[in-house]
Design a protein around this ligand. Structure first.
Ligand SMILES: [Zn+2]
Length: 405
């Protein structure tokens, strides 16, 4: 079945276009005027959106932890180390409390904010069932953790089991299996390299948390600071398993999505750029955990904007995240920033996750989010800004050409 959708504005790689319509099945067939498309596809189902609507490609949240969706006030916000301590204290209870119903609700929150694809970072595999059922495309990042050489093999074995299970879901759902490395301080270099090799061998998307906090930087650089006490207390060790350079080098030959990077310096960011990597920028998470601000205006590598999990956020609504980004990055002219942020959650994010979406272009998957503006924008160059400021929930969502909202 072919559909033709018409909106006042369509967000295309050439900017916001007027007087156009899009013909699609599960993919985008053609973009032209309504008259031409009607003549070409006389039996097509015509979808007329409401007044003042903008048709966007479906939004993409590259980094979320669904398993921590039960957190409301259990975890301590404000500063990284007290937060990490509170994670250790409440993790079991939070993960135990987080049933499928809670995770389903959060997938729905994302859907209603226009998210048609998300990257789920999975520590235990608990959210797999929900991710199989959810209408969205899910890049399922099986996370590897384990810094102690003694237990590393066992943890790696468990990790590989989860990778295999997610690979077997590929055919019957919209899941893409993928690999996540927890962080430089929590993964032993030997199993790290093995996991990177698995990603490379099966061309699986790969991501890692990197230089999120000042404490992480101090520990990796000098073996000192707040993380030292943490490792002595919980892991009976007082030296880091790797350093910043060695960790970065491990990803040299495989493009990786580095999450946070707030504490990375100019040289490190340049190195990541040179190796073809990208960044997941999580503005609210960084603010809530007192990690600082990633200077996105000076980045020379592609980045996405992501919510992170409810373990360090208050909602998984992507528009809440974009509004926070507008406030946090007050250095950047607001109109320009609004356009950059929309690009980050569409074109950039799709390229980073290797999903054939993120653009309204012939041949791309028919994933759309329809935003209804409160009135016709007075100036075309402000559409991205008004979309971000005035949208709590989108009006319509299509994934693979099917309507879900
Ligand atoms: Zn994270």
């Amino acid at each position: 079945m072919t559909h033709i959708i018409i909106a006042d504005y369509i967000y295309t790689p050439e900017g916001f276009q007027e007087n156009l319509a899009v013909a699609f099945t599960h993919i985008i067939k053609e973009i032209d005027t309504l008259d031409i498309l009607k003549a070409k596809y006389p039996h097509a189902n015509i979808i007329q959106t409401a007044e003042h609507c903008v048709l966007y490609p479906g939004f993409i949240n590259t980094h979320v932890h669904l398993e921590f969706s039960a957190n409301k006030t259990a975890l301590k916000y404000g500063s990284f180390m007290p937060w990490l301590d509170s994670v250790i204290e409440h993790r079991e209870a939070l993960v135990g409390k987080c049933d499928n119903e809670i995770m389903r609700r959060e997938c729905d929150t994302m859907l209603r904010s226009g998210i048609t694809t998300f990257g789920a970072i999975s520590s235990f595999g608990n959210e797999l069932e929900v991710c199989e059922e959810t209408p969205q495309r899910v890049v399922f990042f099986n996370e590897l953790i384990g810094s102690n050489a003694q237990y590393a093999d066992m943890l790696y074995g468990d990790f590989m089991e989860r990778v295999k299970v997610s690979m077997s879901c590929q055919k019957s759902s919209r899941i893409t299996p993928a690999i996540a490395i927890h962080s430089p301080y929590s993964v032993h270099p030997i199993i790290l390299q093995k996991a990177v090799n698995v990603a490379k061998e099966h061309t699986l998307p790969l991501c890692t948390h990197f230089l999120e906090s000042q404490a992480e930087r101090e520990w990796l650089e000098h073996g000192k600071g707040e993380l030292k006490g943490f490792f002595e207390k919980y892991f009976k060790t007082s030296t880091p398993v790797t350093n910043i350079q060695e960790f970065m080098y491990a990803f040299d030959r495989y493009p990786t999505h580095f999450t946070h990077c707030v504490q990375a310096n100019k040289a490190e960011l340049e190195y990541l750029a040179q190796k073809g990597h990208s960044i997941a920028h999580c503005p609210r998470s960084n603010r809530y955990l007192g990690c600082g601000r990633l200077a996105i205006e000076t980045l020379s590598l592609p980045y996405s904007v992501a919510t992170d999990g409810l373990s360090s956020n208050d909602s998984l609504n992507i528009f809440d995240e974009l509004r926070a980004a507008l406030m946090l990055h007050h250095q950047v002219p607001i109109e320009k920033l609004a356009n950059t942020l929309i690009n980050a959650i569409t074109t950039n994010a799709a390229e980073i996750l290797g999903i054939n979406s993120g653009k309204i272009e012939v041949g791309k998957l028919a994933d759309f989010a329809v935003v209804t503006l409160p009135e016709m924008p007075k100036r075309k160059e402000e559409i991205a800004l008004w979309s971000i400021l005035h949208t709590k929930e989108v009006s319509e969502v299509y994934i693979g050409g099917e309507k879900y909202i």
